[in-house]
Design a binder for this molecule. Structure first.
Ligand SMILES: C=CC1=C(C)c2cc3[nH]c(cc4nc(cc5[nH]c(cc1n2)c(C)c5CCC(=O)O)C(CCC(=O)O)=C4C)c(C)c3C=C
Ligand SMILES: [Fe+2]
Length: 476
């Protein structure tokens, strides 16, 4: 699998959640990383202040050094005066009984048929958080997306064909939405659940329209990615931000955004349950290498753009391993990154290379654990179950297992419901943001320079046959 260029984006208004116990776990094999207490001490997640308020004030999101992994919001909000009382031991504030609560689940989306593959890829590569062009060349975003999606479509189609002709993401996300609604009802919270996909139906914009039609009075936004990345949760949240700054209903709507939730006890324990269960299917469970395979991002996201994804991923693995160790499960473990695209460097180590290395180093039993996503999708069903399994077996690994994605696991869904309930009291109006983009004030010289360099780039990219064939080779 492949990936493209990159981008950066300031993060948004955030609501964090519980903390996890810190732990350390030692080096287990040549490729294992040593877990540390980093998540306890080193909270350098990059969050830019979000300027949204019309009254001239700005609202800052920051992490407090006292409460680990807890995001706080400064500044006032339209909901700041809401008094919340707790009416039962489930912790659902009684003040929400009169509210019309909405929960917006954000996800990536996937093509439902093979004919959808190229337009889906176009939407993905047209996202400035996926292919981040310098401002000067931004007008090339869509032509470039057309080019890349056209070159990549045949390979992607093969992958989707091998998993039944389309992505299962919409069906699974709808099931998760239904399960979440029921779990919230059990916690005495009646909420409308909306699904908003970034690159395919039902699009985030459609969900946002429906939220407005339903006249929701408080909204919790829950990206279905445990860890935050500019390229996933960040990109979807940006769509929402763009609506908020243009629309008076949304700019006054109290909103809570749960930016990442990998550190929640319920998620960590649910993952540990799945791993424990799959380990017990091996004839010698204690010999099995637990192999966490996370979706990668280009290295520059983390190094230059401040994406907290890698830190959160390492933190997440150390929490899951800590939970397993507390249950007496002392297996070795490894983290590697899969699904890279294009010619740039991605987060390392790469899954395929580590699998070969482990096989050569004599590891005989391996349990693959997909860790960056909570549904089955092309990269679990095709890349891990087919490509990586074959590679592992060829490299000397004899016993292969794979942990299923969390899907609708009840402990997990119940924890997501808790996260929603906990997020509600912090919902606040985001207001309207001053436009960040200064394109409108661009003068004639700037415009001409842009066109000049843009035309040269377009010429090089589109007209040089040798470059086109080099490009095709890196995309396939
Ligand atoms: C945490 C999860 C994900 C990150 C981070 C991520 C970054 C990222 N992805 C691409 C390019 C592609 N992704 C594709 C599919 C895809 N990606 C994710 C998740 C993350 N992506 C999922 C769940 C899926 C599968 C959806 C499905 O239909 O099942 C694809 C299309 C498939 C393919 O052709 O490989 C591309 C392309 C980039 C460039 C990127 C970071 C910059
Ligand atoms: Fe992806």
């Amino acid at each position: 699998m492949e990936r493209g260029i990159l981008g950066s984006r300031g993060a948004v208004q955030i609501l964090g959640s519980k903390t996890g116990a810190a732990m350390s776990c030692g080096k287990t094999t040549s490729t294992s990383f040593t877990c540390s207490t980093k998540h306890e001490l080193n909270l350098h997640v990059n969050v830019k202040p979000l300027q949204l308020a019309t009254d001239g004030s700005s609202r800052l999101a920051y992490k407090t050094p006292v409460l680990k992994n807890q995001w706080n919001l400064s500044a006032s909000s339209s909901s700041a005066n809401v008094v919340t009382t707790f009416d039962d031991d489930k912790g659902v504030p009684s003040s929400f009984a009169e509210e019309k609560i909405g929960v917006l689940l954000l996800n990536l989306g996937g093509p439902e048929t093979l004919d959808d593959v190229q337009p889906f890829l176009f939407n993905l590569f047209a996202d400035p958080d996926i292919i981040r062009l310098p401002r000067l060349f931004r007008f090339l975003q869509r032509p470039l997306a057309k080019l890349i999606s056209t070159f990549r479509a045949p390979k992607s189609k093969e992958g989707y064909a091998s998993i039944g002709g389309g992505s299962p993401l919409r069906k699974i996300t709808d099931e998760q939405a239904n399960a979440l609604k029921i779990a919230l009802e059990k916690k005495k919270l009646n909420a409308n659940i909306y699904v908003g996909m970034r690159y395919w139906y039902p699009f985030t914009e459609e969900a946002i329209d429906q939220i407005k039609k339903d006249n929701i009075s408080k909204l919790v936004v829950l990206p279905l990615y445990p860890q935050y990345s500019i390229s996933t949760s960040g990109s979807s949240i940006r769509v929402l931000q763009n609506v908020v700054k243009e629309d008076s209903y949304f700019s006054g709507l109290p909103i809570s955004i749960i930016e990442s939730w990998y550190q929640r006890d319920g998620y960590v324990k649910s993952m540990a349950d799945l791993i424990e269960k799959e380990l017990s299917a091996f004839s010698n469970p204690e010999e099995v290498m637990i192999f966490f395979s996370a979706h990668g991002v280009p290295l520059t996201y983390v190094q230059d753009a401040g994406d907290p994804y890698r830190d959160q991923m390492e933190d997440c693995i150390s929490l899951i391993m800590g939970e397993l160790r507390s249950r007496g499960i002392l297996n070795g473990h490894t983290l590697a990154y899969q699904s890279r695209v294009g010619p740039v460097q991605w987060l390392k180590p790469y899954t395929d290379e580590v699998l070969v290395e482990l096989g050569q180093n004599g590891v005989k039993s391996l349990l693959a654990v997909p860790v960056s996503f909570v549904s089955e999708h092309i990269e679990t069903l095709e890349e891990i179950d087919m490509e990586y399994k074959e590679l592992a077996l060829e490299s000397g690994i004899e016993n292969w297992g794979r942990v299923p994605a969390l899907g609708c696991t009840s402990t997990f869904i119940s924890d997501l419901a808790d996260a929603v309930v906990e997020a509600l009291p912090s919902a606040s109006a985001l207001g309207t943001r001053k436009p960040e983009d200064t394109d409108s004030s661009m003068d004639l010289m700037h415009y001409l320079t842009k066109m000049f360099f843009g035309s040269i780039l377009a010429f090089i990219l589109l007209l040089s046959p040798r470059l086109v064939s080099a490009f095709r080779n890196t995309m396939l």
